[in-house]
Structure formats: structure tokens, C-alpha cells
Design a protein around this ligand. Structure first.
Ligand code: 48F
Length: 258
């Protein structure tokens, strides 16, 4: 059988738009496919929720691929190792309480499990705004990342979601746009994004979990974005807090409003 380029083109276009159209309305939209976003997607999808992740870059994994300073190993503490174990990722003890894992194995495995559980990833898409109805965030405004990068004047599209998770890491992009444009105050001491503090691994890891929560109606903060939102410190290349934050935010969403 000879291959026809037009069939290939139509196959890609029709399959993509089938998926995109189906996921224009979801239970949870996650912004950012770093470790916290991928873990949240896994637990939510596994529980039967319809989940889409929107990721600006071509690749998933956020800051986890690069380990520490591009040395592609990550460190997790005892609690974080339990998540690696759950995914079957090889973790080796370095010193009591400190475990290492290959960062590429970690990203690939968590991403694969999240997708096998049913989550869909839309890469090369950037979230630039939100939709608000009656005081709650009900959707995201998205554009192609290359459109954003080229500064082209192209109108975006939208997706509707029952809940949204900001897992955009240090930049806290969804929360910043809410604080900047919307008439909704964030549930922080200032009502806005407080910004991250300097590195303090121990304190930051504890605060990441504490700060993982609903931050305004319809929107949860998780991962490094949670610390940046509430003025917590950064933690550097220890990833247990990120993994546990992804699990916690999924549990909070599954438990429903308090
Ligand atoms: O930064 P990132 O890995 O988030 P995380 O899950 O993990 C943080 C750690 O990697 C590390 C750390 C702890 O050890 O401090 O930094 O909190 O991944 C965030 C992802 O969000 C994407 C971005 O490209 C990255 O892959 N992202 C950021 N803004 C947007 C976005 C946006 N507006 N739209 C779509 N994706």
C-alpha cells in the first residue's frame, strides 16, 4: 500500500480537533505540565475526572527534566519517595532521609501514567487569561505559544472548567492574571500574588503543602505556584513537595468544596 500525504494530514487534523473539541469542557483544567500538574492530573483522572493540561512548552516536565542545574537527578525526602514508589520510579537512598531518582525517568513515568489514567495534554498552548462568571473563575483563555512568542495579533480561544489548578511554577501566571485583571481577590494576606522568597529547602517543602489549596472561587494553587502565591520560599531541586502538592490538590478537588 502506498502512503498518501493527504490522508496523513487529515488523520492528524481530524484526530486533534476531535480531542480538542471534546476537551473544550472539562472537570479540571490544569495549567502547566510540571511535576505538580502531572501528579494532580494522574490522581484526578484516575478518580474518573475529565482532565486537560495546558502546557506552554513543546515538552512536558517543567523544571523536573533538568534535575539540579541540568544534572539530571532529583532529590526527594521520605514522604516524596512514597509517590515515586507508587509510580514504580527507581529511588536510591543517598543518606538517611534523602533519595535520588533519574529526572528523565521520573517525568516520563508520571506523564505516561497520567495519560494512561485518561488525562489529555495540550502542549504548545499558553493560558493568557481567565473567564469569570458570578465571582468564580469558570474557564481559561488559551492561545498557541508560537503566537504568543511571535507577538502576533491573533484572538485566543477558550475552555470551560469546573475547577482550575495553577501549576505554572515560579511565575504563578494564572493567579497573576486574576489579580491583575479580575475583580476577584485571592485568599492571600495581600489579596494578590505575594511572590516567592529566597531559597530555604526545608521550610519551603513544608509550606508547599500548606499553601496547596483553593485560592479563589474555582481556582487552586499547587506546586511552586502555591508558595509563590503565599510568599513562601523556593526550595531548589528537591521535588517531594511538588509531587505531594499534586496529590493534595487532587484530593481537595475530589473532596469538593469545604
Ligand atoms: O515550574 P514547573 O516545573 O512547576 P511545578 O510543578 O514544579 C516546580 C519545580 O520544577 C521546580 C521547583 C521545585 O523543586 O521549584 O521549579 O511547580 O512547571 C510549570 C510549567 O508550567 C508551564 C511551564 O512551561 C512549565 O512547564 N507554564 C507556565 N506558565 C504557563 C504554562 C502558561 N501561562 N500557560 C501554559 N503553561
Amino acid at each position: 500500500m502506498s502512503l498518501d500525504e493527504i490522508v496523513i494530514t487529515r488523520a492528524i487534523a481530524s484526530r486533534f480537533f476531535e480531542k480538542f473539541s471534546e476537551y473544550a469542557v472539562v472537570d479540571t483544567a490544569i495549567v502547566g505540565a510540571g511535576p505538580s500538574g502531572l501528579v494532580a492530573a494522574y490522581f484526578l483522572a484516575k478518580a474518573g475526572k475529565k482532565v486537560a493540561i495546558f502546557e506552554r512548552k513543546l515538552s512536558v516536565g517543567g523544571g523536573m527534566w533538568g534535575g539540579g542545574m541540568m544534572f539530571n537527578e532529583i532529590v526527594v525526602q521520605e514522604e516524596g519517595k512514597e509517590i515515586l514508589d507508587l509510580f514504580g520510579i527507581t529511588a536510591r537512598e543517598y543518606e538517611p532521609g534523602y533519595y535520588t531518582a533519574d529526572s528523565v525517568e521520573s517525568v516520563c513515568t508520571i506523564c505516561s501514567e497520567a495519560m494512561k489514567a485518561g488525562a489529555k495534554i495540550f502542549n504548545c498552548m499558553s493560558v493568557e487569561d481567565v473567564i469569570i462568571r458570578e465571582g468564580a473563575v469558570t474557564g481559561l483563555v488559551i492561545t498557541w505559544s508560537p503566537v504568543e512568542m511571535a507577538g502576533l495579533h491573533v484572538d485566543p480561544l477558550s475552555v470551560r472548567a469546573h475547577t482550575i489548578i495553577d501549576t505554572t511554577g515560579h511565575d504563578t501566571e494564572v493567579l497573576r492574571v486574576i489579580a491583575r485583571k479580575a475583580d476577584i481577590a485571592l485568599d492571600t494576606a495581600t489579596g494578590g500574588v505575594m511572590g516567592e522568597r529566597s531559597m530555604w529547602a526545608d521550610k519551603a517543602e513544608q509550606l508547599t503543602l500548606k499553601n496547596t489549596r483553593e485560592i479563589c472561587p474555582g481556582v487552586y494553587a499547587a506546586g511552586m505556584a502555591a508558595n509563590a502565591a503565599f510568599g513562601g520560599p523556593r526550595m531548589g531541586p528537591i521535588f517531594g513537595g511538588m509531587l505531594l502538592s499534586g496529590k493534595k490538590v487532587a484530593e481537595l478537588i475530589l473532596a469538593g468544596p469545604e
